[in-house]
Design a binder for this molecule. Structure first.
Ligand code: HEC
Length: 109
């Protein structure tokens, strides 16, 4: 194969492979607590804009009556023009947002 005959190309390919593996590992060790602090805490840690505060058991009990899927969906799309789409975490995937919502709920039991 032509590729194998070119050590430089082979090294470049191995390098690219190792980078993409690095990204996969990054996805696995997504830190919901850290992402919450970075994107959501400004409102959900302080009650700013009347956001339901993490730790407010009753507020979250009422919200959870809609079901976890609805809460996650509203985190993705935003809610009533005050909860911003993706909670301002533009880099967060849907699954990562779900992990953050679960983290917030765990802190509000
Ligand atoms: C700019 C302030 C702000 C930021 C930043 C923010 N939120 Fe919110 N969030 C709100 C407000 C305000 C509400 C209440 C909206 C309402 O009920 O009308 C809300 C509601 C929610 C709800 C409840 C949705 C429902 O259906 O009742 C969830 C879940 C949520 N936010 C998750 C998040 C997550 C996750 C992040 C970070 C990735 C985040 N929020 C960042 C302001 C914010």
């Amino acid at each position: 194969m032509e590729l194998i005959k070119s050590p430089k190309l082979l090294i470049a390919c191995l390098f690219l492979l190792s980078i993409s593996n690095g990204f996969a590992a990054e996805e696995e060790k997504f830190d919901a607590a850290k992402a919450y602090q970075a994107s959501c805490f400004a409102c959900h840690g302080t009650g700013a804009a009347h956001a339901p505060e993490v730790g407010d058991i009753i507020a979250w009990e009422i919200r959870l009556e809609k079901g976890l899927d609805t809460l996650v969906q509203n985190s993705i799309t935003g809610l009533n023009g005050i909860m911003p789409p993706r909670g301002l975490c533009a880099d967060c995937s849907d699954l990562q947002l779900k992990a953050i919502v679960e983290y917030m709920l765990e802190g509000s039991q």
